[in-house]
Design a protein around this ligand. Structure first.
Ligand SMILES: *Cc1c(COP(=O)(O)O)cnc(C)c1O
Length: 215
């Protein structure tokens, strides 16, 4: 299926759920094809790659940083980033806040929670989440609007379902008091389960743009 047709198919299927089209490693021409099919929200996992695509592409694109954040790169995205999904430590909030202030912006972000069994996935546990939430008033140029998580990469749907349920229940614990709106969970392989469990934003890459080539 073409990129444009995939975009139309997912947008229709997802309805109210926000599609973040994950365009990492893909050329700007692919993004433009999706854009011309009506897509405006794109996700990247490398700050400098996102910044150079921002320069080249239409300015009404909403750029989502979905990858692990290197704090020394935050300055490159601070002027334009729409939503930072992967805030997994206090240091990222400190630097986001500082760089956002330089541009007179409030940058929206999500706290990333570690829900997967794999050691390699980043994220906060519940104690770290509690402690970050208790400090949020220190950061006037950052607004936490919800949570993000990645399930274990497995075909076992019970495992994935259980992990999404953990994230949803954490979200529900805080969302009313914190005014949260956004629960980012679900990728190409598990977005259906994520939506069933209350996801508001799915991050779909390979199912739209095809397999990535990292060579
Ligand atoms: C790459 C990536 C995705 C998209 O993965 P696909 O399986 O290609 O849909 C989603 N979320 C994060 C955090 C990613 O790094």
């Amino acid at each position: 299926m073409s990129i444009a047709n995939s975009i139309r198919k997912y947008r229709e299927e997802l309805g109210e759920v926000q599609l973040v089209a994950v365009s990492k490693t893909k050329p700007s021409s692919d993004i433009l094809e999706a854009y011309n099919a009506g897509q405006r929200h794109f996700g990247e996992n490398k700050i400098q790659e996102m910044a150079s695509k921002f320069e080249e592409l239409p300015k009404d694109i909403c750029w989502h940083m979905i990858g692990h954040i290197q704090t020394n790169k935050i300055k490159y995205m601070a002027p334009f980033v729409h939503l930072v999904h992967g805030v997994d430590r206090r240091k990222v909030l400190v630097e986001l806040n500082k760089q956002a202030a330089k541009h007179n912006r409030v940058i929206n972000c999500l706290l990333q929670i570690h829900i997967a069994k794999e050691e390699t996935k980043f994220g906060l546990d519940q104690d770290e989440l509690d402690s970050i939430i208790s400090e949020l008033s220190d950061f006037s140029n950052v607004k936490v609007v919800g949570l993000m998580g990645m399930a274990t990469n497995t075909k076992d749907e019970e495992v994935v379902d259980g992990e999404f349920k953990v994230l949803k229940s954490l979200f529900d614990t805080y969302s009313a008091a914190c005014g949260w709106t956004t629960l980012s969970m679900g990728m190409s392989g598990d977005y259906n389960l994520a939506i069933k469990n209350g996801s508001t934003h799915v991050r779909i890459g390979s199912a739209i743009f095809g397999a990535r080539n990292y060579s």
